[in-house]
Design a protein around this ligand. Structure first.
Ligand code: GRF
Length: 222
């Protein structure tokens, strides 16, 4: 028997800005590369360009303006209520520029993914491209990981390695990393929706086997 629409994994994507990773995931769903329903796109910024992109793809959008909440705690609890109305199986952070409270990350533990533009555990936090250049690294990249209480610290699912070129600056490097983001985020979401990727303790598992520290690595130099 074919699974009915209602039985597909339900995905909610949180954005704050451009939303290009959200679009990459939504396109993969539209092309049926990912068998899931995107049930909502939530932005904390009214002017996020990603909102219009989501609407153009006929996706349901919600806005929750963090500036209208007195504390991070109040905002996160309101955000949980908004997400819960959509009954998600998976919550995807795609350029969501808010630090989340432990209440939030615990609530969604094991079903909350984030993408971070570095080869985690290297370069948690901001300005990752410039930091990789300043350190004289040969390679940089991007990671999809499960979210835990530790900022950019949860177990890694997949990474893409991007070479650092002699001519690079932060902007050029960021562009090449962004291209890889649009490849690896849909892969991780697909694995999750197929039940292949999950989190146990502080480890990410693929097909029941614990992944190494860095997760599955794709190398864009190949
Ligand atoms: C990406 O660089 C991602 O790694 C970081 O936020 C950015 C989001 O870009 N977490 P977009 O809004 O998906 O285009």
């Amino acid at each position: 028997m074919q699974a009915s629409e209602a039985e597909k994994p339900r995905i909610v994507i949180l954005i704050s800005g451009t939303g290009s990773n959200m679009v990459a995931i939504a396109e993969a769903v539209k092309k049926e590369e990912i068998d899931a329903d995107i049930v909502g796109i939530i932005s904390n910024r009214p002017n996020a360009a990603g909102l219009e992109k989501a609407q153009a793809m006929d996706l349901h959008t919600d806005l929750i303006d963090h500036t209208l909440y007195a504390s991070r705690d109040e905002f996160d609890h309101a955000l949980i209520r908004m997400i819960e109305d959509l009954k998600p199986d998976l919550v995807v952070l795609a350029g969501f520029m808010r630090i989340l409270t432990a209440d939030f990350t615990r609530y969604y533990e094991g079903r909350l993914l984030n993408i971070h533009p570095s080869l985690l555990p290297k370069y948690q936090g901001l300005n990752t491209h410039q930091r990789a250049l300043d350190a004289g690294d040969d390679i940089h990249g991007v990671t999809v990981h499960f979210v835990t209480e530790e900022l950019d610290g949860g177990p890694n699912a997949i990474q893409a390695i991007v070479p650092i070129l002699d001519v690079d600056n932060a902007k050029l490097l960021q562009q090449r990393v962004h291209e890889q983001e649009h490849i690896i985020y849909p892969i991780a979401v697909k694995w999750f929706c197929e039940g292949r990727l999950n989190m146990k303790g502080n480890e990410a598992l693929l097909d029941g086997k614990a992944l190494p520290l860095r997760g599955v690595q794709l190398d864009s130099r190949n």
